[in-house]
Write a protein that binds this ligand. Structure first.
Ligand SMILES: Nc1ncnc2c1ncn2[C@@H]1O[C@H](COP(=O)(O)OP(=O)(O)OP(=O)(O)O)[C@@H](O)[C@H]1O
Ligand SMILES: [Mg+2]
Length: 281
């Protein structure tokens, strides 16, 4: 059984002022194995952050089935959702002040989740130092976030995200504000933590080079999965020839193919010699 199983996940946001409903996820189907390092890529507004918010327990699905380990996220009460959020999942967001408190040093930042776990002060400090050493910040523990570089700030955020030993690490464009060298460094920490802690990690990124360093790449377009691929020999996003065929028989064609089609509402389809052929007159 897969560690994460998502079936027909739908999320509709409703803006209170206008009553206008925005469909953000339109039937996501996805399975992720324990210990996999997945990247998610897709155009702006396609629903990537929404998916992470649901998996982190910070947003409720509108409909569908979402299971992580033995937790059914679509059936949680507010109280158990808070417990799930505090114990099972670690999050790292693109904007650093969502990960860290700016007024205190990074050792104190990492201590906060450890305090919530009820650990004694000496144990907390020891553990916080170990976590910061794991992301290469052992000589910076008394620095506040404003005294660190962008890459170091994100590494401190990563130490915080891992403090309570979550099973699942969710990161929303953690390298978005970093140059390519610094992104590469952060990514190495991600990979080694994924390997040493056996954590399942899901990372949203706009950067194809970052995505290529993960095990599997998933593309989301308009709230649905339009392609997925093991990253081994991917050279460009257009090499993603696999699309998801869901239980109902639906697929979403990759965007570059749709963009090149003349008419978008009708195509002919045949099944011939093991091939499914779409043609346009
Ligand atoms: N709180 C909200 N209320 C209403 N609509 C929202 C809300 N949050 C997101 N949306 C809408 O849902 C859709 C998906 O948004 P989401 O933030 O998940 O996209 P994204 O793929 O993360 O985009 P980006 O790459 O720009 O971060 C968008 O159309 C967005 O405008
Ligand atoms: Mg986003």
């Amino acid at each position: 059984m897969a560690y994460i199983e998502i079936r027909d996940l739908i999320k509709v946001y409703q803006a209170k002022e206008t009553y206008y409903k925005v469909p953000a996820l339109r039937g996501i189907e996805l399975e992720i194995e324990q210990g996999e390092f997945i990247s998610i890529i897709g155009p702006s507004g396609s629903g990537k952050t929404t998916l992470l918010l649901i998996l982190s327990g910070m947003a409720e699905p509108t409909a569908g089935y979402v299971r992580i380990g033995d937790v059914r996220l679509d059936q949680l009460s507010e109280e158990t959702r808070n417990l799930y959020r505090r114990t099972k999942v670690g999050t790292l967001w693109q904007i650093p002040n969502r990960n860290l408190i700016w007024e205190i040093n990074i050792l104190q930042n990492v201590e906060i989740p450890l305090r919530l776990m009820g650990l004694q002060r000496e144990v907390r400090i020891k553990r916080a130092r170990e976590l910061l050493a794991e992301v290469g910040l052992e000589n910076r523990v008394k620095h506040r976030p404003s005294q660190l570089s962008g890459g170091e700030v994100q590494r401190a955020g990563l130490a915080c995200a891992l403090a309570h030993e979550p099973e699942l690490l969710l990161a929303d464009e953690p390298t978005g504000e970093l140059d390519s060298k610094t992104s590469g460094e952060l990514l190495k920490y991600f990979q080694s933590l994924n390997e040493t802690h056996g954590i399942t990690a899901i990372m949203v990124t706009h950067d194809f080079d970052v995505a290529k360093a993960t095990d599997r790449l998933i593309q989301i377009v308009n709230g649905r999965i339009s392609g997925y691929s093991l990253t081994g020999d991917l050279k460009t996003i257009r090499d993603m020839h696999e699309v998801y065929l869901d239980r109902f028989g639906s697929i979403q064609l990759p965007r570059h193919i749709v963009d090149n089609m003349k008419v978008q509402r009708r195509v002919n389809i045949e099944h011939q010699d093991g091939k499914v052929i779409l043609t346009q007159e």
